[in-house]
Design a protein around this ligand. Structure first.
Ligand SMILES: [Cu+2]
Length: 180
């Protein structure tokens, strides 16, 4: 065993110890969980609305997403943010620039890059609803490396542009997350 793996094992042992100390048998259900909720607010006048709940517990994120008034087509849903404590925001329409269309890139200064893909879904109707659990980021890191969940926002993408082409990456709704 090399020195590096010994240190990692010791760190893991300490984490287990800390978790055990904080565990209270009488509140076994949901102990240590952080619950973040947010309302999906439309972008690009999409009319899309809905609700997102993220439960951060035991190194896993459970994502309950419920979005309505979507186009029957392909959609991407991500957790977006900067991951360094910088608060991500839902983009203001003014970021759209002269063309009035808030592109994926236009929104980046506000919402930051995607850090977890919650889904890439082809829908036949106008509703997208699921509960999915994630233990890794897009970069392959444990979700525990994300830090406080409320520094991130959830963005739903996918809408037809005025020229008639479908843009799967166009932001159509965004949710700020609050934990209380
Ligand atoms: Cu996204």
């Amino acid at each position: 065993m090399n020195k590096g793996s010994k240190i990692r094992l010791l760190t893991a042992g300490l984490c287990v110890g800390a978790a055990a100390a904080a565990f209270t048998p009488s509140t076994a259900s949901g102990a240590g969980a952080v619950v973040a909720r947010g309302g999906l607010v439309e972008l690009n006048a999409s009319g899309v609305h809905g609700q997102v709940t993220i439960i951060d517990q035991d190194g896993q994120l459970r994502v309950d997403l419920d979005a309505h008034n979507l186009e029957a087509n392909g959609h991407l849903e991500h957790l977006h943010g900067f991951g360094d404590g910088t608060q991500a925001h839902c983009p203001d329409a003014s970021l759209a620039g002269p063309d009035g269309i808030l592109s994926f890139a236009d929104g980046l200064p506000a919402y930051g890059p995607p850090v977890i893909t919650f889904g890439h879904d082809e829908i036949a109707g106008s509703t997208l609803a699921y509960s999915r659990t994630f233990d890794q980021t897009m970069a392959g890191q444990p979700v525990s490396t994300l830090g406080a969940i409320h520094q991130y926002v959830v963005v739903v993408h996918g809408m037809t542009l005025p020229d008639g082409t479908y843009d799967e990456t166009l932001p159509v709704a965004c949710a700020v997350l609050t934990t209380r």
